[in-house]
Write a protein that binds this ligand. Structure first.
Ligand code: AHR
Length: 317
């Protein structure tokens, strides 16, 4: 009997010892004060997105933040957010693949008291469901591209548009901004507009299809550099001289785009910075600490072409 009660006392003592550890780790902040952040990144095979992921990872490491990284499509991103919420992270960084479909899960994050900062794209959910959007001004990028096109075509010519994902904020706004300018010039006509899904391979396939169908065009406007590089492959395979027979302008300013400008293939690219880690964590940590954060933090972008591409501070992203 005496032996049984001393075993019971030992078990009770053990339980008392481990209870604080088990219950305290229900929240994101660990006992040692480490902040935990979930990052829901878009699954996209492009140097631009790799640079963005690296930027977030490097900044997390620098700040001693525990980063939970998920790289998936839209449905996977919603699931990842739910997973982050269940794990009780302190904050969430989200690069939303599409503009729609976020209300419910963002409300769940808000109800759990977890701030969400949007990286590189916007979405259609009410502004009280997310703290801040850190991105380029996509309509501005489209307008910059449009102005360059008007000048280079001398206000006259046929344009084809390689669209990004039609459900994604940057593609929609880059097209709107571009058309805002182009519509002022009746002799410039956009003869085709099709999605290349942000992908080099798809961009190549779409331009191949246009060439095979006999579509005539003087200029390609691509919503990102990847699709423009694919377009250049298609033009070369068809015996055309990209940058000369057909002018090409795109968006992003990745290193490969600058190399292409140097070769005389691509003519111009409008910058869209993927180096968003430092700004992303700055906003998120402020929100975690209950400080005010601007709803929109816009990165400044410039256009680079043959005349100034060597002036980019990092030679591209
Ligand atoms: O949201 C930013 C855009 O997304 C980049 O221009 C593009 O390369 C990516 O797909």
């Amino acid at each position: 009997m005496k032996e049984r009660s001393s075993i019971l006392t030992l078990v009770l003592a053990l339980l008392l010892l481990i209870a604080p550890v088990v219950f305290a780790n229900g929240g994101g902040e660990a006992d040692d004060g480490t902040i935990t952040v979930g990052f829901a990144q878009i699954k996209e095979d492009s140097p631009w997105r790799t640079t963005e992921t690296n930027s977030v990872q490097q900044e997390a490491e620098k700040l001693g933040i525990e980063l939970k990284l998920s790289v998936t499509d839209q449905a996977g991103q919603v699931a990842a957010l739910r997973d982050f919420i269940a794990q009780g992270v302190d904050g969430i960084l989200l690069a939303p693949q599409t503009a729609n479909g976020w209300d419910e899960v963002l409300q769940e994050a808000k109800d759990a008291g977890i701030p969400v900062v949007l990286l590189d794209r916007g979405l259609d959910s009410p502004e009280d469901l997310w703290v801040s959007q850190i991105s380029s001004d996509f309509a501005f990028e489209g307008r910059e591209a449009g102005k360059w096109v008007v000048e280079r075509l001398n206000e006259n010519g046929k344009v084809v548009e390689l669209f990004g994902d039609p459900a994604a904020d940057p593609a929609i706004l880059r097209s709107q901004g571009f058309m805002e300018i182009i519509n002022q010039y009746p002799n410039i006509e956009v003869v085709e507009s099709r999605t290349g899904e942000w992908s080099q391979d798809k961009g190549r396939q779409v331009v191949e299809a246009w060439l095979t169908a006999g579509v005539e065009f003087d200029l390609i406007y691509a919503h990102n550099d990847g699709m423009a590089l694919g377009a250049i492959e298609a033009l070369k395979a068809a015996g055309k001289d990209p940058g000369d027979d057909v002018l090409i302008i795109s968006i992003d300013a990745i290193k490969a785009a600058f190399e292409s400008i140097a070769r005389g293939d691509l003519n111009a690219t409008v910058e869209c910075s993927p180096v968003l880690g430092p700004m992303g964590f700055d906003a998120l940590l402020k929100a975690i600490n209950g400080e005010e954060v601007p709803q929109y933090i816009i990165t400044p972008d410039s256009l680079y072409d043959e005349s100034n591409y060597t002036e980019h501070p990092t030679g591209g992203f």
